[in-house]
Ligand binder design. Sequence first.
Ligand code: GLA
Length: 667
Amino acid sequence: MPGLDDLTRPHDGRPDRPARILFGGDYNPEQWPEETWPEDVRLMKEAGVNSVTLGVFSWARIEPRPGAREFGWLDRLMDLLHAHGIGVVLATPTSSPPPWMGRLHPETLPRDADGRTEWWGSRQHFSHSSPAYRRYAAAVTEDLAARYGGHPALTMWHINNEYCTFDWGDEAARTFRGWLQERYGTLDALNTAWGTAFWSQGYDSWDEILPPRHAHYMKNPAHVLDFRRYTSDMLLECYRAERDIVRRHTPHIPVTTNFMPFWTGQDAWTWAREEDLVSVDIYPDPKDPYGGQYNAMIGDMTRSQAGGGPWMVMEQAAGPVNWRGVNHPKPYGLNRLWSLQSVAHGADALCYFQWRQSRQGAEKFHSGMLGHAGEKGRVFREVKEIGRELALVGEQVTGQRVRADVAVLHDWNSWWAGDQDGRLSDLVDHPEIVRAWHRALWESHTTAAFAHPAHDLSAYRLVVVPRLYLLDDTGIENLLAYVRGGGTLVCGFLTGVADEDDRVRPGGMDPRLRELLGIDVLHEWWPLDAGERADCGDFHGTLWSEELAPAPGAEAVAAYRGGELDGLPAVLRNGRAWYVSTLPEPGALRALLARIAQDAGVRPVLDGLPDGVEAIRRGELLFVLNHHRDEVTVKIPGHHRDLLTGADVDGTLHLARYGVAILEEPA
Ligand code: GLA
């Protein structure tokens, strides 16, 4: 199968043509007069751009009326880019159908849960279930692949863009029923799985089943859970249909679709298996003091979805985005820091949305690599600097793998089931909890990977489960086997509560898991209010607390003090299995995990690093990143050379604000 390596190391071993990191961005030249294109290419060359993504939103330009094909402009662009040695990631334009489609085929438009149509005039207004949409999407994909499959500029296929459209309309109702019939076979089985005996919801005919539309009161959570599973599967069907078309034409060209990280609509574990290379769009908030940790987490997650190998940043922003309430630019150095950080976490391709900032349309205030300030602008100068440095380190960095001894478990099914109406606290937010645990590892300079609960975990010394509310039997047995095989496991609260149908397990937590973690009885959950803190002796817990009775032999490592839970365990240890029934404040969670990691034989990447300085190894290279706005001095044992500056580093490394060093040990 083709992969990212084919693009970054096509001339492996040939010193005259070193391997390279892909660098570039979405290029939407249809927004500009054609006279701008030569200037674009000139500046791309100046910036070291070697890859651009074309066509993401070009459907109306290619097919202005049904069946028409206007490829001339794209022919000229492909030729122009090729003539300048810039590769093309060619997108199928199917995320944004032209207006004629909605007018001629209103059923291609999705509807929200309240029955409102999502009209054209924005983007992503397609029903994944509409045969008309799928027909047109397949036809334009077929013609693109036939026309450009043999073009020398083509390096990669980019299918659609950020698949994310839910549909509660009639087209979806039809395919939802089909999906359910396949899953359950009979209505009896569906009624049992959904627990429809509750509130008189028993279904007597498949036609009675609808997507979970606007309703008087809380919806059936198992119904909602299946709708989320179904939506991910339907979108995946659309992806596969286009992927198979382009693969038929060009089996040697890798195919991807860009994920939104931690997006609820796609089970990215499943999706990643269907891609030749995994790509993601990452937009940390420059004002977030832990933006660097977010960037690290998405890098770790995406690398893990890529099986531990190289992955691609399909989009990031050179400056501000324009979809937050208040949108901040990146201070000088931050774009470079986060870019090199993604490389440190295994990215071999680093691209932006978008090359040239728009002057019109909804994203005209969203930054580009080439902003409104043009080539003299500070942002473009930084982009050039990044391009130059990536070219410098491409040969040594590409293809190198990041090693992690710790895995953080995450599963979309669990998120979907756990974050619904009717739970005890809507302050419990799955991505935030995962982030808190990852942050604790990141702050203790411990490299983490992500894994699915059914993955083989035997390579990890420590497995961390921030919260797996839903765990099927395979997942539970896997965790038991992992600990039995010598692994150390830490589980956060609300883990193993429900089975795959969102049915609460006996005793409120799966009995096998309770036995493993040393919990005899889980009497009650005691959620905490916003700002409320539970005294746990050496630290405070937030968000959640629990009234539980330990099993004989389990040790209460920390206990609640005062209140209703006085004296009951907050943190429980049963051999190599740990249970944390609250969310310790960040410093405490970090200390707890550091202690457990040490016991499990996990070492920080470097000892004695100051807070906010990150170290990570990629292959033999040591990346050191300063997330502070002030310069720092770091002790690095041994003798190294910094690939970026060529300087020798003898025990002491000075890093400027947002500074980065990529160190290698001399041969
Ligand atoms: C997404 C989309 C892009 C653009 C950016 C803006 O990632 O894929 O088309 O809208 O967001 O941040």
